[in-house]
Design a binder for this molecule. Structure first.
Ligand SMILES: [Zn+2]
Length: 236
């Protein structure tokens, strides 16, 4: 069992919530997790004063590295004109009244329709719901483009969207499903395509052997450049 607690560190008037975990380690280490949240590992017997001193010594680093919105997160609150990342671009969102959460685009600008657009927290959850629908629609269309690599006996795989942070996608020959990360919809279409094709090829080659890459690169010769671009985006 790990023993975690939360400490609040104030730097230049801003508060940072830090998850402190006691572990069998020799020294304290501060890092930012994939959701953009600061996490501190400390030795099992570290005293409270030592932890506070260490965090004070890291305050410059903390202010620089935490709070930058991670690629693997969505807004907790959303207001008219806030920037959101969709399909590789930061775009200013419009919030309008509608009976059901849905995203559309007007001259490249995302428009979120929802019941109560004045409530930033409700707007954030409506955004997540609508983004998931958009992601599912885009991923299905892109899979249709590359469906020729999937053996006929599998038919059209079912696409499922999950808030995955440790990988972009997975394919399951047994269930006939492809799971894709919701956060992938933040990446440019050419990067989305590289993941979709990668998973589609797994219906023929389950491992990442020569056969897998022969088929993948045959269909998408610039696959590696696209993967590199995706990794760069995800570092934002
Ligand atoms: Zn793979």
């Amino acid at each position: 069992m790990q023993n975690s607690s939360i400490v609040i560190q104030r730097v230049n008037g801003r508060s940072y919530e830090i998850t402190v975990t006691r572990k069998n380690v020799k020294r304290m280490t501060l890092r930012i997790d994939r959701q953009g949240k600061p996490c501190l590992s400390v030795p099992l017997n570290a005293a409270r004063g030592e932890i506070e001193d260490f965090l004070r010594s890291c305050s410059g680093w903390l202010a620089k590295n935490a709070g930058q919105r991670s690629f693997f997160s969505l807004p907790d609150a959303l207001r008219e004109g806030d920037e959101v990342m969709i399909l590789g671009e930061n775009r200013r969102i419009s919030l309008v009244s509608g009976y059901k959460a849905s995203l559309s685009f007007r001259e490249g600008r995302p428009v979120l329709a929802m019941r109560d657009p004045g409530d930033p927290v409700k707007a954030a959850s409506a955004y997540e719901k609508a983004l998931r629908d958009l992601a599912l629609d885009v991923f299905r269309r892109r899979l249709a483009v590359y469906a020729d690599v999937i053996p006929r006996r599998f038919g059209t795989p079912e696409v499922r969207v999950r808030k995955m942070t440790s990988r972009w996608g997975s394919a399951n020959q047994k269930t006939g499903e492809i799971h894709l990360s919701l956060y992938l919809i933040k990446a440019p279409l050419e990067c989305i395509d590289s993941v979709v094709l990668h998973e589609a090829v797994h219906f023929t080659h389950m491992d990442h052997g020569d056969g897998f890459y022969y088929m993948l690169l045959g269909r998408m010769p610039d696959y590696r450049q696209r993967s590199r671009k995706l990794r760069e985006y995800a570092r934002h």
